[in-house]
Design a protein around this ligand. Sequence first.
Ligand SMILES: Nc1ncnc2c1ncn2[C@@H]1O[C@H](COP(=O)(O)OP(=O)(O)OP(=O)(O)O)[C@@H](O)[C@H]1O
Length: 336
Amino acid sequence: MNGTQRGFAMPRRPGEPPDELPPEKPNEPEKPAETPLPPDATVDLAAARRESNIDEVLDTLDAELVGLAPVKARIREIASLLLIDRVRRRFGLTATRPNLHMCFTGSPGTGKTTVALRMAELLHRLGYLDRGHLVATTRDDLVGQYIGHTAPKTKEVLKRAMGGVLFIDEAYYLYRAENERDYGQEAIEILLQVMENQRDDLVVVLAGYPDRMADFFHSNPGMSSRIAHHLDFPDYAPDELMAIAHRMLERENYRFSAESEATFREYLEIRMRRPLFANARSVRNALERARLRQAGRLVAATARACGKRDLMTFEPEDFLASRVFSEHRTGEPATP
Ligand SMILES: Nc1ncnc2c1ncn2[C@@H]1O[C@H](COP(=O)(O)OP(=O)(O)OP(=O)(O)O)[C@@H](O)[C@H]1O
């Protein structure tokens, strides 16, 4: 359907599926290059690597995320595989495109969405995905509340994600074992079909807590068999969280005073043991709140001139005013 025809299309009735997904392409071997290189030719892999611009994405990933060495290593492996596939095609060597659907397990705030975003960019640069964008979803984006609503909803999301990465956070909520007629099952079936038949156009990343993902795969072996890569995102240790905080501050032109660094570390050690702790996301939120307090402190101190150093520096009171400290002192229950 071209753009003009679409403009004159009849409005959809409620519950009627939207335009169908793009036609399925069988996962055929890649076509060889028009004129393959002769068998005795050689290719400069470093130049091929430069041309694809993948190092830029890999360097961004390194700069952006502290730690996560095994995750970064796996991403480099996938990048190498796709680069070699490209070079093979230049020699007329065919191979089916690798399955790249993935599962990212880890607690909230461990970097799963950020890595999925960089992955999408990388796959685009290597010619695997046409667009390389990320569509982040949860059950509510895919599953309807009434009969007939789920298929159109799921297909609409899939259509938006075509050419990029579809990220499904807490994917296990799609499946509700206690309710046989849950509409989530319908979404899973559509996803399975697209993951199999249109994997040249879309990479699906399922994300969530490790134990719940394991249960989900146990109940949905079809889904499990379509996942090629499992990447684990462990919780961060206090030193890593401090390194993350430093990196965040550096990017925003802030810094800790010597005393406030120790206060922030103490804050983190308490916060980590309380409910709803979300790793790097909690670090980000704590720094945002400290920024607010620092601004209040500076504006209130009208008797004192304010220099660049003051504007950049967090002091202990910017953290000590946090509820985490007061609740810790009084033993009150944690608040989000
Ligand atoms: N290793 C890290 N180094 C630096 N920043 C990090 C790291 N991991 C996560 N972050 C930052 O923490 C924030 C949350 O990360 P992200 O959204 O990728 O986590 P997530 O695992 O997808 O969490 P959620 O499931 O809650 O969305 C982002 O701002 C991200 O840049």
